[in-house]
Design a protein around this ligand. Sequence first.
Ligand code: ZN
Length: 221
Amino acid sequence: MFEYQHIDSEGKSIDLPVGKIVCVGRNYLQHINELNNAVPSMPLLFIKPTTALCELTQSVVIPKNLGPCHNELEIAVLIKKPLSKATTQEITAAIWGVGLGLDLTLRDVQTALKNQGHPWERAKAFDSSCPMSQFVNINEVEKLTALDFSLHVNNELRQLGNSQDMLFSILELVANISNTFTLLPGDIVMTGTPKGVAPLSVGDELEIELKGHFSIETDVI
Ligand code: ZN
């Protein structure tokens, strides 16, 4: 059953609907290099449906018998006002806050789809493919361009990111996205993963931190 709601730092539900998730691929140079992809001249976009959302504080469920399911930890931006062909000034006023989400990816499925020139949804948009943290209100965020985040798997550092290393900044991404998709209150923008993507295994213990704001412990089942 689908029960996800956006929640705030205190665990209270945020008064916004649950909308689409617009995801950005290839936004950190070192991650582009680890998968031998080309550097994009404009953001690479894809969408996950609302049914991809689930709470990160609950166990992360990985699909079985479909090959490796990779972690991609990303800064998630929660939108509170409609944005269409928006300017950066409009965008700052339209962000509710930021959190962290996992863009779970069936890597072999994605590679096969890529090789056929097909869309990626079967690899990235399945149910519960987007476990999501609480959101920190924008008023509590000092700088969108200096957000540190990390993923530890079984106490070993796997991903370490900082928003200053993005090829396209959060504001540039949202501006660019709003030229193609109108963003509505309750939509989420996933801003791309830093390097360190690798398979998750049943039984893995995860620790996910947005530095200065929160740390979440969860596991993989
Ligand atoms: Zn991703």
